[in-house]
Design a protein around this ligand. Sequence first.
Ligand SMILES: NC(=O)c1ccc[n+]([C@@H]2O[C@H](COP(=O)([O-])OP(=O)(O)OC[C@H]3O[C@@H](n4cnc5c(N)ncnc54)[C@H](O)[C@@H]3O)[C@@H](O)[C@H]2O)c1
Length: 432
Amino acid sequence: MKDLIKKNKIKVGIIGLGYVGLPLAVEIANKGAKVIGFDISKKRVQQINKGLSIISDVTSADLRKLTRKKRIMATTNFKQLKLCDIILICVPTPVDENKEPDLEPVISSAVEIKKNMRKGQMVILKSTTYPETTEKVVLPILNESGFRVGQDFYLAFCPERIDPGNKRFGVENTPTVIGGVTKKCTELATLFYSKYISEVHAVSSPRCAEMTKLLENTFRNVNIALVNEFAQLCERMGGIDMWEVIEAAKSKPFGYMAFYPGPGVGGHCIPIDPYYLSWKAREYDFHTVFIELSARINEEMPYFVVNKIMNELSKSGVCPSKAKILLLGMSFKKDISDLRASPAIKVYQIIKPEVGVVKYHDPHVPSFRVDRSIVKSVKLTKTELKKYDAVIILTDHSVYDYGFIIKSSKLIIDTRNAIKKRLKKVKKLGAG
Ligand SMILES: NC(=O)c1ccc[n+]([C@@H]2O[C@H](COP(=O)([O-])OP(=O)(O)OC[C@H]3O[C@@H](n4cnc5c(N)ncnc54)[C@H](O)[C@@H]3O)[C@@H](O)[C@H]2O)c1
């Protein structure tokens, strides 16, 4: 295995070709290794083989270069796992309706690997999950093959840190953490990753690597909740602009890191991962108070934003139940199209029965499905903007021309501080 990695003669299998798996496949293939991508979605496999990327961090042109040369090929046939020297598991780790971990995709991936296992393979779990998943869920399944870990096959956990839409940090220049089941597993996984990633930080066990990822995401969740609570207090007190407070706090060169309020948290990670940890902690009679508290505050934010919209409408003399409102930006963060757990969708659902008309615009989201209906983005023209009693900025995409939006709108509620100027018709979240 060492030689194969050093000479870059490895064939890498990637299970799950989404926001994590596809950029990784492209990075690995660009550096010369062959990649076979596995997915249960026939549609996704067909799109990838045609060189069509649906992930904003990967252009179709870049993907096509690799699929044409057969450096990347995708399949739903898991028997081809046999052909791979290294297999990366990048499948979703959602929570169910009771906010409990749903490890079915990880388990079924491990079962497919076991069924097609051969001596000398290395398996790396990348999906975010609770500590002990690698050793207590994946390893027992792979052990059923009869092969021995650390000798016949290798197993490690390596959390994913990709930040979709981030132009500064991508796969290559974001350091990674690796914890193998045995020393040899860590050594080989580190050797493999060092080929693609600028800095690899090895830890003593998969448990430690799994916990590291959860610390990083819980840290974000808790700090976002903290500023959201401050924003609520600023609203209550009046006369203090939370955004000005954050800018001032940022002038401290040590001991402070800026986080920003908003309509809530979204995506596949921040609102979900902490639940994996709180669920696991309960097994040890331990209650993760910070996680519960931050979830409470962050999940409350879309309701808080809707209340603010209703109040501002009333203050401007518009009866909320008859108001026409336009939401700007539906994805969960700027400049991407990802709608998963987006607080903007939540705002849409909460406000729809309360007002006369609600429409949206998002340059990255032509339409979305909610409550069994499909909603389409409207055009952002002067005439369109003039139709609404209020325009609500929920996601501050860079392409928005805020000068134009200000000029053409009657009232704006800005939940992201997208508009820096203090204007009478712009009401900012967290600024009373
Ligand atoms: N999206 C992010 O920014 C991000 C960042 C860091 C970590 N993660 C973690 O990475 C993992 C993957 O997330 P993602 O955002 O890439 O998900 P995704 O939904 O974008 O992609 C997952 C892909 O896996 C496929 N899939 C589902 N079940 C499968 C199975 N049993 N076998 C094979 N393929 C299967 C899906 O069809 C889909 O194409 C999750 O654990 C997530 O928490 C995501």
